[in-house]
Write a protein that binds this ligand. Structure first.
Ligand SMILES: [Zn+2]
Length: 398
């Protein structure tokens, strides 16, 4: 989990109680074991305010007393530690063909994960499956439902983008007019955060992955289509209607391949799971799952290599665009592609020279593969829940 390097100052007014709770939790997590006087001094809170918060956090099990500090003058001071097993969060990613779940303890360790193939991802079929999956995660982790902080529900966009959503095979059927947060709050009876897959994946990499030390970076999410998550100065970008980052529908080939959105030459017609499936099917090769792609790459299958070269050409253009718009520290690749295919794509990129990112003395690569694999977006969904509770200094949202 990301180290918290600085500690925000709390406020003693009553209305700041939630913020102060996070400040105290955050401080203890980074400095455990620690005592009330130290917390009060470091967080700018009164001793009484800290005592009240600690009492509440102890009752909830989030903090545990671990004895007294010895070797100091006066009364030995009670010491406290963060208890990462006292609660947990679940992230569920709904894809057109699969349901993916990651369960995290409060430290961000993944304590349970599951992937389930889906025949039908429409609301009537998928919502009961999500409920069953959450029940299985709780049972498997031997936790009580009361310890569940919430569920981060992650799915591909665009959401409610009218004609574009109707025609796009890469998005989920029949979800366009559904209030995702409200539907899952009712079904799961717990707090819900809804997020698109690419943004959740970016958050996952910032919390516990390759972008841990980065405040500004892009994440290209290879799902059925292609999505983009952007963290700028520590904030996840959302757009006015929650449809930020539909990079799959920027045109990289004027007059190119017809896209399901109605345009021609969209990036995701060249770079996505559906794109590789279609490309290989036209050459008589069926891509049933990620494993079959991995095997074909191991065999240096000429058709797959041809697809990778075409995809890399289009991706290279898109990367130049992203670099010149966002000036990111790096661009992370991740999602549904097998790691070996992602690495092959990265190795074949011909990154444009005319880019603000093409500078001397770079310490990190312009493009890198994410570290969380297939579970990255689900982990991001769970991370968002945990960070809402525990981390005042991590401004994932503006
Ligand atoms: Zn398109």
């Amino acid at each position: 989990m990301k180290d918290i390097k600085t500690h925000p100052i709390g406020g003693n007014a009553g209305r700041n109680r939630t913020h102060n709770r996070r400040v105290v939790l955050d401080y203890v997590r980074a400095n455990e074991p620690t005592g009330r006087a130290e917390i009060a001094k470091s967080c700018g809170l009164s001793f009484q305010a800290v005592s009240n918060i600690i009492e509440a956090l102890e009752t909830e099990g989030l903090l545990v007393a671990v004895g007294h500090k010895t070797g100091v003058r006066g009364q030995p001071a009670a010491q406290y530690k963060f208890n990462p097993e006292s609660a947990f969060a679940i992230g569920v990613e709904l894809r057109p063909n699969a349901l993916i779940c990651a369960t995290l303890n409060l430290k961000g360790d993944c304590i349970y994960r599951e992937r389930l193939s889906l025949e039908d991802s429409s609301p009537d079929k998928a919502i009961p499956q999500v409920c069953d999956m959450v029940d299985r995660a709780i049972a498997h982790c031997k936790r009580s439902r009361a310890q569940l902080l919430g569920v981060g529900v992650v799915m591909p966009g665009p959401f409610g983008a009218a004609d574009m959503a109707d025609m796009n095979a890469a998005i989920l059927p029949d979800w366009e007019n559904i209030d995702i947060k409200a539907v899952f709050e009712a079904a799961l009876e717990c707090p819900i955060i809804a997020e698109n897959d690419a943004t959740a994946a970016a958050i996952s990499e910032r919390v516990a992955g390759v972008a841990r030390s980065m405040d500004t970076f892009c994440f290209l999410y290879f799902g059925a289509g292609l999505g983009l998550g952007v963290i700028t100065n520590g904030h996840a970008q959302n757009g006015a209607y929650g449809n930020f980052g539909e990079i799959g529908h920027i045109v990289t080939q004027v007059g190119g391949t017809k896209c399901s959105c109605g345009n021609e030459g969209c990036l995701e017609t060249y770079v996505s799971r559906l794109s590789v499936q279609k490309f290989m099917a036209n050459r008589g090769i069926d891509i049933a799952d990620a494993d079959s792609l991995t095997k074909l790459l191991e065999q240096n299958n000429p058709a797959l290599i041809e697809w990778i070269d075409i995809a890399a050409t289009h991706l290279s253009q898109a990367i130049g665009i992203l670099e010149n718009i966002f000036d990111p520290e790096t661009i992370v690749f991740g999602g549904a592609m097998p790691d070996s295919v992602t690495d092959a794509l990265i190795s074949r990129l011909q990154l444009p020279r005319g880019s603000v990112a093409n500078r001397k003395n770079r310490k990190i690569n312009r493009v890198m593969r994410g570290s969380s694999g297939h579970y990255t977006a689900a982990i991001g969904g769970a991370s968002m829940i945990i960070h809402q509770i525990t981390t005042p200094s991590m401004a994932l949202y503006s």
